[in-house]
Design a binder for this molecule. Structure first.
Ligand code: CU
Length: 148
């Protein structure tokens, strides 16, 4: 009962005061750290967006060959991208550079060559340009790759 009204605080009151002040200081420091986390979040988002453009560059671009010919007949890609020809016909197809039969416009494209039914082959175009090609086994079937 002597604790009340004599002007002296008991020890447990001081302990509570210290805990409250300490809690406020801890809260301020914790808040400062949280703010730091928030300021670093846009950087993390920026880092996460970096792989997206490169994954678009490696996106598979494919041309299907069937009895209807090449589909799509004209395809547009970026330099460094690959085109995959998929043979969905029952006959083999031979992808060759124009013109038929000399295949001299872009000889590296002749590496694609023969594709058996159900098979596919890819070719990477390193440079911008327009690359006409045809099925050497049926030169009425043709297509074009536009590289930007
Ligand atoms: Cu040919």
């Amino acid at each position: 009962m002597a604790e009340y009204g004599n002007g002296k605080r008991p020890i447990w009151q001081w302990v509570i005061i210290y805990l409250v002040i300490g809690g406020i200081i801890y809260g301020v420091i914790y808040y400062a750290f949280l703010k730091g986390d928030y300021s670093s979040t846009p950087q993390q988002q920026a880092l996460q967006t970096v792989p997206s453009p490169s994954s678009q560059n490696t996106q598979n671009v494919s041309v299907e060959y069937s009895s209807q010919g090449f589909n799509p007949r004209t395809i547009t890609i970026k330099a460094g991208q690959a085109v995959t020809w998929i043979n969905k016909d029952t006959n083999p197809v031979e992808v060759s550079s124009n013109p038929h039969p000399t295949h001299t416009d872009y000889p590296p494209l002749n590496e694609v060559g023969l594709i058996q039914p159900g098979q596919s082959k890819s070719f990477t175009f390193p440079q911008a340009g327009k690359y006409g090609y045809h099925d050497h086994l049926d030169s009425t079937n043709f297509g074009e790759v536009i590289v930007n």
